[in-house]
Design a protein around this ligand. Structure first.
Ligand SMILES: [Fe+2]
Length: 292
């Protein structure tokens, strides 16, 4: 099955690429990942876990697996210039591991004075779109890699001029970035804030979507959370299958962050991810792709 993405302005526009099933690297999974299970076709690493001493491990992982680099520390939604030191660290790691692409969240996390510890929602309007477009372009220019922006889960909602799908579509069109759609975050928000996840997805331009995150969710004290501490949610599997039918998705990455099951259970979930992407060849996979 070949899924056509948008055309590229580069000579490699006719290139076709195999879609990959991967897992998010976590220290608790290191010994299993070291056995190089055949089900792991790519690894997603969190950049900040490999700064200042972790570069050797990052290089080692990248020598064994195709890598994508994820971060939550660039805080693309913070007005003003990106943190120079943080961006320099990120770019340095990207140069070490030569990832397929990089990713950051749709949100605000930090200023020079305060770090909230995780991305939080921002108002979605023309002003924040302009901030995001500038920051996405800068990250891609510095890294020489495609940047994907990921939707986040939050118990908070902010009434905004633009809907989230509209903001993300405009961001991709204006900056050349792509999307990492976290289906678990989407499902969690849809349950918490009572909207239809399928309707949200239907409003996203499919050719913007490059990667998916899948994982488990939990209801704790009346609040839905994307804990990544459970098996992949049934609704997440259904949405993934639905989206794969129309979007040129390059990779699906399984996220697990707590209550780690036996490796055989994770391998079984990865096999299910593999079965979704098996045989899929992606033609010109991303808008505005910027390989060095
Ligand atoms: Fe995610």
């Amino acid at each position: 099955m070949v899924v056509a993405g948008p055309g590229l302005a580069r000579a490699d526009a006719a290139e076709t690429l195999r879609a990959l099933a991967g897992i998010a690297y976590r220290p608790a999974l290191a010994s299993w990942i070291d056995t190089r299970p055949a089900t792991i076709q790519c690894l997603e690493i969190i950049a900040e876990q490999f700064y200042k001493g972790g570069e050797t491990l990052a290089r080692s992982l990248s020598s064994r697996h195709p890598i994508v680099v994820h971060t939550s520390r660039l805080s693309l939604g913070t007005p003003g210039a990106l943190d120079r030191r943080e961006l320099d660290w990120f770019v340095s790691l990207v140069r070490e591991v030569k990832p397929l692409w990089v990713s950051e969240h749709l949100g605000f996390r930090r200023t020079a004075e305060v770090d909230l510890g995780y991305p939080t929602p921002i108002p979605l309007d023309a002003n924040t779109l302009s901030v995001f477009v500038d920051h996405c372009r800068e990250v891609m220019d510095r890294c020489g890699k495609l940047l994907l922006v990921e939707n986040i889960a939050s118990p908070l909602t902010i009434t905004s001029a633009l809907s989230e799908p509209e903001f993300l579509n405009r961001l991709c069109d204006a900056s050349g970035c792509g999307l990492l759609v976290d289906l678990t975050a989407l499902v969690v928000n849809s349950r918490q804030h009572r909207f239809a996840a399928g309707s949200w997805l239907a409003r996203i331009v499919p050719t913007h979507v490059v990667q998916l995150h899948v994982g488990g969710a939990a209801l704790r004290n009346g609040v839905w959370l994307d804990t990544h501490g459970e098996d992949v949610d049934a609704e997440v599997w259904a949405l993934a299958a639905d989206l794969l039918a129309r979007a040129p998705i390059r990779a699906i990455v399984l996220e697990r962050d707590e209550r780690f099951p036996p490796a055989s259970d994770l391998a079984a979930e990865l096999r299910r991810v593999s079965s979704l992407v098996r045989g899929r060849l992606i033609e010109s996979f991303a808008p505005g792709r910027r390989d060095p």
